[in-house]
Design a protein around this ligand. Structure first.
Ligand code: NAP
Length: 232
């Protein structure tokens, strides 16, 4: 049986992604800080790892303790929705650590393992915010850099059989929506083809496909999940 590690697999898009991998008969290691509301805690296919990903230094030891990982889903992330000129330094640091440095460190550690063992798959949950100028400038920059890291690491580990891709969802129905101002949420709905936000499940199914079944030739790319909001 294969093993998937899903960061933030306890809530929102991550929780739906956990369900996807369980349905596809994977063992799922869910990494997050708070499992008090996790509905799958009793599932036999789940291992819960309570860990704060802002602890970058602890990542190598953490990975060394886990079973070999076949699929890594870098999903955990935060958004503050603060204006560029009123953004406390510690929040800049925390956001960039969690949204960028942590997934890159995980990609580095686990990608090396995968390359040595003959292959694997990594999917990074970026955002449309990384493709457009985003009002939370640090959030947008963190996601743009994650898309770039996806390309870089696919070139590093891809020749050894590791597929590394990203997704760029537009707003999806999760707790994260609560930090987006109402006016911007409405404007977004008017800017998409079907006038609604993505469901977490729609995003998870795309992540799941990239993590299990997409062809080998899809590597180093970022798939838009934006309902025509940002046509390219
Ligand atoms: N919802 C959207 O509109 C949207 C659109 C595009 C991209 N995304 C991206 O999708 C990903 C998931 O977001 P979501 O919408 O599902 O939001 P969410 O429901 O707020 O989930 C965020 C997840 O990240 C985990 N997390 C936060 N801080 C953490 C930390 N320090 N250490 C470990 N885990 C941490 C949370 O678990 P704990 O709180 O238990 O630690 C939670 O599982 C994010 O990367 C986000 O940027 C979301």
């Amino acid at each position: 049986m294969k093993t998937a590690l899903i960061t933030g697999g306890n809530k929102g898009i991550g929780l739906e992604t956990t369900r996807y991998f369980l349905e596809h008969e994977y063992e799922v290691i869910v990494l997050a800080r708070d499992f008090s509301t996790f509905p799958l805690a009793d599932h036999t296919g789940i291992t819960m790892v309570e860990y704060d990903l802002s602890n970058i230094k602890g990542i190598p030891d953490l990975i060394a303790e886990l079973d070999p990982i076949d699929v890594l889903i870098n999903n955990a992330g935060i958004m503050y929705s603060l204006p560029y000129n009123d953004y406390p330094e510690e929040k800049v640091h925390h956001l960039m650590t969690l949204n960028l440095e942590a997934p890159v460190r995980l990609m580095q550690e686990i990608g090396e393992q995968m390359a040595k063992s003959g292959g694997g798959r990594i999917v990074n949950n970026a955002s449309i915010a990384g493709q457009i100028g985003h009002p939370d400038v640090w959030y947008g920059m963190s996601k743009a850099a994650l898309i770039n890291a996806t390309k870089s690491f696919s070139k590093i580990f891809g020749p050894a059989g590791v597929l590394i891709n990203a997704v760029a969802p537009s707003p999806a129905e999760t707790d994260m929506l609560e930090v987006i101002p109402e006016a911007r949420r409405e404007a977004f709905k008017q800017n998409v083809i079907t006038g609604r936000f993505a469901t977490a499940k729609e995003v998870a199914e795309t992540i799941g496909w990239l993590g299990t079944a997409s062809p080998e030739y899809i590597n180093g790319v970022c798939i838009d999940i934006n309902n025509g909001a940002f046509p390219r």
